[in-house]
Design a binder for this molecule. Structure first.
Ligand SMILES: Nc1ncnc2c1ncn2[C@@H]1O[C@H](COP(=O)(O)OP(=O)(O)O)[C@@H](O)[C@H]1O
Ligand SMILES: [Mg+2]
Length: 398
């Protein structure tokens, strides 16, 4: 059994689309495939027409059970999607997992234990991860033999990629585990100059760690998801389906094993150069410049015009993006770690959230709480591992 965690801290880069359609393609090629939804947003169920109100038990129940040492109940929660393709759905309950597991020994191995029980029953397990680095993603990593990082072909995704690889490096160093990390170009639109440039950059840096298959931007993928079908069912002649069949072939044919040390070194080497390339690309692209003619010093600065944390007029401003969240709060050293004290306001229908507050000079750690789920600030690169193996975001108020 090969277990592929589909991971990227960035939301909207195609994780769920890849998870669903890769699973369906693997099954279509004769493999017994299990899709596990580890995102409390529950989008795998939405994308596969599993009615949310009918989900009585979810990955949450199975993981909590495993954490408490109870007998495994994975079979009880599975939905059959089509021949050889089953899915373990999630729902918002899963958002409580991290907090409920506080203090429980081995809590990052719950999914691994659950999957170990069924290792002879599936050829492939695909894990759709949440857009955050918390206990849920750690569970996916611990269970995984492979990590697939879908990267949307936009300038900011290169930046997101460095953050992602940093996290994966930290993880590999922390635990004795061999993981095969591969980058996947997703939502590629060959007609745009930006898309072509970014793909060329990615190929330059990740040639050997990148899937040759590219997932093109294809509206059939969106339409299929909105009707609750894998694209192969919705339109088997589509380019979207062809891409996923090719991806499944490439995955099946690829070598899974890579030595841990080699992996960590090669990722760290890439980190610096990919950051530099992102800056170069941005500098070369007039259309990407902000309207005010301010010199751009780095990609970080440009990003912080939009999201992240910065000091403005004596206040500290937190900006973030969660299109589907109902509630975004912040908890940190500056508010006794009580998220209720500091809710962010939703600014627009695109899902931008913001909070401005005065904070005294000093160094602070904080986390975002999104619909009850604690996570690091995805737009702040400065992170620090806390004693629980999760990441806090760090902020220096000057
Ligand atoms: N290759 C693609 N072509 C067209 N639309 C896509 C593609 N991949 C994803 N999308 C759309 O982009 C949106 C975000 O994708 P999703 O898979 O939900 O990302 P994530 O799980 O990373 O948040 C969805 O509306 C999805 O239908
Ligand atoms: Mg998703």
């Amino acid at each position: 059994m090969r277990t592929i965690a589909v991971i990227n801290q960035k939301g909207g880069c195609g994780k769920t689309t890849v998870s669903i359609n890769l699973s369906a393609a693997l099954a279509a090629k004769g493999n017994r495939t299990l899709l596990v939804d580890m995102d409390p947003q529950g989008h795998c169920a939405v994308g596969l027409a599993v009615p949310e109100e009918q989900i009585e038990q979810s990955t949450y129940d199975v993981l909590i059970g495993a954490g408490r040492g109870e007998p495994m109940r994975l079979k009880e929660i599975l939905w059959q999607i089509c021949e050889r393709f089953e899915m373990a759905p999630s729902n918002i309950d899963l958002a409580a997992f991290e907090q409920q597991m506080t203090g429980i020994v081995d809590r990052e191995n719950c999914l691994k234990k659950v999957l170990a029980e069924v290792q002879d029953e599936y050829d492939y397990v695909v894990i759709d991860c949440p857009p955050s680095v918390g206990l849920l993603t750690f569970n996916a990593l611990r269970a995984a033999s492979d990590v697939m990082v879908p990267v949307e072909m936009g300038y900011f995704s290169l930046h997101g990629l460095s953050r992602q690889l940093e996290t994966l490096s930290a993880f590999c160093e922390q635990c004795e585990q061999t993981i095969n990390v591969t980058v996947l170009a997703s939502m590629y639109d060959i007609r745009t100059k930006m898309g072509r440039e970014i793909l060329a950059e990615l190929k330059k840096h990740f040639s050997e760690r990148m899937f040759k298959t590219v997932v093109n931007f294809n509206t059939k993928l969106k339409e299929a998801a909105s009707l609750g079908q894998p694209v192969g069912e919705y339109d088997p002649t589509s380019k979207g389906y062809k891409d996923f069949l090719a991806l499944a072939d490439e995955l099946i044919g690829s070598d899974t094993q890579m030595h841990k040390a080699q992996l960590v070194n090669s990722l760290q080497a890439k980190l610096e150069s990919i950051g530099a390339s992102a800056d170069e690309l941005l500098a070369d692209t007039p259309s990407q410049q902000p309207k005010k003619q301010q010199p751009i010093v780095s990609l970080d600065e440009k990003l912080s015009d939009f999201y992240g944390v910065r000091q403005l007029d004596g206040q500290v401003v937190f900006s973030t993006m969660y299109p589907r969240a109902q509630k975004v709060q912040i908890a940190g050293d500056f508010n006794e770690w009580d998220p209720e004290k500091t809710p962010l306001q939703r600014l627009d229908e695109n899902g931008k959230w913001q909070l401005a507050m005065p904070i005294n000079k000093g160094l602070y750690r904080y986390r975002l709480v999104v619909d009850g789920q604690w996570q690091q600030d995805p737009y702040n690169d400065w992170i620090e591992m806390n004693p629980y193996g999760d990441f806090n975001s760090v902020l220096n108020v000057q």
